[in-house]
Design a protein around this ligand. Sequence first.
Ligand code: SF4
Length: 304
Amino acid sequence: MRFSSLKELAVVCEKEGKSICDIMLEDQAAESGRSKEQEWEKMKAYYGIMKDAAAKGIVSEKTSRSGLTGGDAKRVHEYTRNPDASLEPFTGLAMAYALAVSEVNASMGRIVATPTAGSCGVIPGVFVSSQERFGWDDDHMVKGLFSAGAIGYIIANNSFISGAEGGCQAEIGSAIGMAAGALVELKGGTPAQAVHAVGLALKNTLGLICDPVGGLVEIPCIVRNGFGAVNALAAADMALAGVRSAIPTDEVIQVMLEVGSAMPDTHRETAMGGLAQTPTGKEIIRQLAKDRKKPAVSKKEDTK
Ligand code: SF4
């Protein structure tokens, strides 16, 4: 890759008069040994999976295998379409799609890790709702995925992208930054504005711990994806309006590294702290363990 920081990426884009997507596609093809067309088709197939998951999850009432979650995407979709909702319908749709994809993940459905399975809802939430809103075609969305990929590559190589390493700031935070920066480009913003969007977004999730109840990627993960999609829309709008990240984005990424490294193990996906260890979190775990121990219902009883 010709860049290892967002500053370098913006400089390469400016020097060559290209978008983040163009640079990422060229460098990824050069690195993988595949043609740009092959890389494009692969990414397009990923986008197809994201769209399928969003469409499936938003109408589903199915609960997850644990029984803890499910159906919230549908509820949010229905509510945010009514005039009493505080969010306008497309923002509500972004939130609902993000919940939908995360619920599909929790019920063992097919998703794309963006950047991880735990944060798989943010990018599809933003992308699929924006595509519907602005009438973009799939190829336009694929451009955005390459831009998001470049941003994720830089965050991963300079800090963390997983909750086990750096807390939820690394997982949901990175997804929000990737979605925000990509959306700026999709809407015609400059690479510099995209970089500011990433910085604005990441600052807002610094310090967020990873504390999944029972170690399952459900509570609070699913709702964090929903909120994440809304934050990404807000960060993109701020950057496109001309708001700058006063602390350069690469420095914000270093802060994420500092904060994540200082986080105790209890707050890094071990389910030993945070929401996972609240009285209710513990009760949920006890209940799940009890349910697992229950003898299976015999066929005869089942037909009674
Ligand atoms: S709480 Fe942990 S497992 Fe859940 S989304 Fe955040 S980082 Fe992922």
